[in-house]
Write a protein that binds this ligand. Structure first.
Ligand code: PEP
Ligand code: MN
Length: 339
């Protein structure tokens, strides 16, 4: 930690702070500037964690206490300078190959899911998405098919060979959902449900962590820390738009998270333009932008008949539009140095 002292304080006040730092179990390193002094406090921040109190113990002398280490120690690129990759079946996310996870918002029926799965596989998607447990804003909206939906996802995986990603809503369903899926999705509404993150991590399945609706990037990174701290290295971040003053789009898809996550963390970054824009007509452009900016994968909603979808109809691509998008994406993937 760095302790910044107020300018021109008395020597005795400075000495009191230094004594206070030692009393807390840290070694002070004093750096004197022209007007003010800055003290580096070296010690074990994980077990002590008490230096913040200096600002209230010595209000006349201490201006601020600043961390020099990242709070997200395991997620930080400082801890792991090279990119981490996540193995899903025969696929590797975060490596040279760009991945597209596609499928309906919700699993509705065998026909709907299998038609979509076969079509997205043919168009070049490498993973199948589909919600069996749905986090709906209203309790009167379709809540998902539950375990029946999981069974349909497993069937679709068997028929197409596509690994499956589906949302885990509740801690007590962690084992059940993990049994049927290859990646556990933690939704935006649960992104800071820490007990759920721990339960997801403990299944050992890869975890795709969406960004919460009003979550700061640091909070998101710290939520990811829960996965790594629970001995599951297979973490992916997924930007899906945040809530802003804008109403033209459902959310504001923050593509700046691509270079930011790449800089701060070593885990892959996935972009979900479907929840991000909330409008099918904007999804294609956002996908191209995300691919060109260096995202590792996309998570895209696709439905055989979006007008009749049981959830998120306005943002789901038709099978034809998805196939067209996959073709149009190619130069953008190449431009980012990926395959
Ligand atoms: C979804 O992927 O369908 C979904 C509910 O996502 P989010 O948690 O980002 O809203
Ligand atoms: Mn959705």
């Amino acid at each position: 930690m760095i302790i910044v002292l107020k300018p021109n304080i008395a020597k005795s006040a400075e000495a009191a702070v230094i004594k206070g730092i030692r009393a807390l179990g840290y070694q002070p390193h004093i750096m004197r500037g022209v007007a003010r002094t800055v003290i580096g406090a070296i010690g074990d921040e994980i077990t002590h964690k008490s230096l913040e109190t200096l600002a209230s113990t010595f209000p006349q002398a201490v201006e601020s206490v600043l961390p020099i280490q990242k709070r997200y120690k395991l997620v930080s690129r400082e801890a792991h300078p090279s990119n981490s990759t996540v193995k899903v079946g025969k696929h590797v996310i975060g490596g040279k190959k760009f991945h597209v996870m596609a499928g309906p918002c919700s699993v509705e029926s065998e026909k709907q899911l299998l038609t979509t799965a076969v079509a997205v596989a043919k168009a070049g998607a490498t993973m199948l998405r589909g919600g069996a447990f749905k986090p709906r804003t209203s309790p009167y909206e379709f809540q998902g098919l539950g375990e029946k939906g999981l069974k349909l996802l497993a069937k679709a995986r068997q028929e197409t060979g596509l690994p499956v990603i589906t949302e885990l809503l509740s801690e007590n369903q962690a084992e059940l959902v993990a049994e049927y899926s290859d990646i556990l999705q933690i939704g935006a509404r649960n992104a800071q449900n820490f007990q759920l993150l721990i339960a997801a991590a403990k299944t050992g399945r890869p975890v795709l962590l969406k960004r919460g609706l009003s979550m700061r990037i640091e909070e998101w990174l710290l939520a990811g820390e829960y996965v790594l701290a629970n001995e599951n290295p297979n973490l992916m971040f997924c930007e899906r738009g945040i809530r802003t003053f804008e109403t033209y789009t459902r959310n504001t898809l923050d593509l700046s998270t691509i270079p930011i996550i790449k800089k701060e963390a070593h885990s892959p970054i996935v972009i979900d333009p479907s929840q991000g824009a909330g409008r099918a007509d904007l999804v294609v452009a956002m996908c191209k932008g995300a691919a060109a900016m260096g995202a590792d994968a996309l998570l895209i909603e696709v439905h055989p008949n979006p007008a009749e979808a049981w959830s998120d109809g306005a943002q789901q691509l038709t099978l034809d539009n998805f196939a067209k998008l996959m073709k149009e994406l190619k130069p953008f993937i190449k431009a980012a140095g990926r395959e």
